[in-house]
Write a protein that binds this ligand. Structure first.
Ligand code: ADP
Ligand code: TMP
Ligand code: ASP
Length: 237
């Protein structure tokens, strides 16, 4: 296995080819972006923390029977993953209100949602990831009915596993975004699960421990990610 050519460099990660056409190297960079790339910064150590964080969460999800692209860690900032044909849709589950749902519906932050709610967004930075629904996904053929059903099922199964995992560490899983892709016709969880793509609050104080610290200029972004990792027992040298 060797690091091949970069085939894609996004806002926070770079993908490289390998000598196996079915596998890619996913490199986590220190680059941090919010508001669809309008706010950018370099946060020292973030790539390393997110690589470890993601490996830990993906392993927990795999143990629970959720198919993921994650293979294994390769280095401090790189992991080997299955090469997926990505579905250009973001799947969001919310357990508590925060972020765009508050802006869109004029509701306060921190309202418990029972049952948790689910939203689809189109992955398109130029359009600011507009919300879409099952019908639009079908009409534009971004995914099939079976893919849609599977993405919803897997996204809720992730909630069942991770809500408890975080709660045991004194953390509320407020919301999160997942991306899926196809691997030899199977729908598989791709991309990452890190504090960059979810909201995590201290269960007692509701202190924000995720990328909202960056979005809202609260400071201590990487320190908050490290605190979550420490509470989950993720070792980061
Ligand atoms: P963005 O593209 O939103 O700026 P990143 O910087 O995180 O985001 O780049 C990672 C990109 O890799 C994303 O576009 C994501 O959809 C894609 N991706 C994630 N996992 C895989 C995979 N296993 N195979 C192919 N592409 C993937
Ligand atoms: P939102 O409140 O902005 O809609 O985001 C909901 C959750 O999904 C939040 O944890 C952030 C995450 N998310 C991303 O990581 N990237 C995205 O492009 C979007 C739309 C949401
Ligand atoms: N992940 C998106 C971005 O990088 C949206 C966000 O996190 O605010 O811009």
């Amino acid at each position: 296995m060797h690091t091949g050519t970069p085939i894609y460099s996004g806002k926070a990660k770079t993908l490289y080819t390998t000598d196996d056409p079915d596998k890619l190297i996913m490199g986590f960079r220190d680059d941090t972006s919010a508001f669809d790339g309008r706010k950018l910064a370099q946060l020292s150590r973030k790539g390393k923390i997110n690589n470890r964080f993601n490996a830990f969460i993906m392993a927990k999800l795999a143990e629970a029977g959720i198919p993921t692209h994650f293979e294994h860690l390769l280095s401090d900032t790189e992991s080997l993953v299955k090469k997926l044909h990505m579905i250009p849709i973001e799947c969001v589950v919310r357990n508590l209100t925060a972020g765009s749902v508050c802006r869109r519906l004029g509701v306060k932050e921190g309202i418990a949602l029972d049952p948790p709610t689910f939203e689809f967004f189109l992955k398109n930075d130029e359009l600011h990831d507009p919300m879409v629904n099952d019908y639009l996904i079908r009409s534009f053929n971004w995914a099939s009915d079976a893919d849609i059903a599977r993405m919803k099922e897997l996204t809720f199964r992730v909630n069942a596993v991770l809500k408890d995992l975080f709660f045991a560490a004194g953390i509320l899983l407020v919301d999160y975004k997942l991306e899926f892709g196809r691997y030899h016709n199977e729908v598989v969880l791709g991309d990452e699960f890190t504090p960059d793509g979810c909201r995590l609050w201290d269960a007692a104080t509701r202190e924000k421990l995720d990328k909202d610290r960056f979005r809202q200029d609260l400071g201590g972004v990487v320190e908050a990610y490290e605190e979550v990792a420490r509470r989950l027992g993720i070792g980061i040298q």
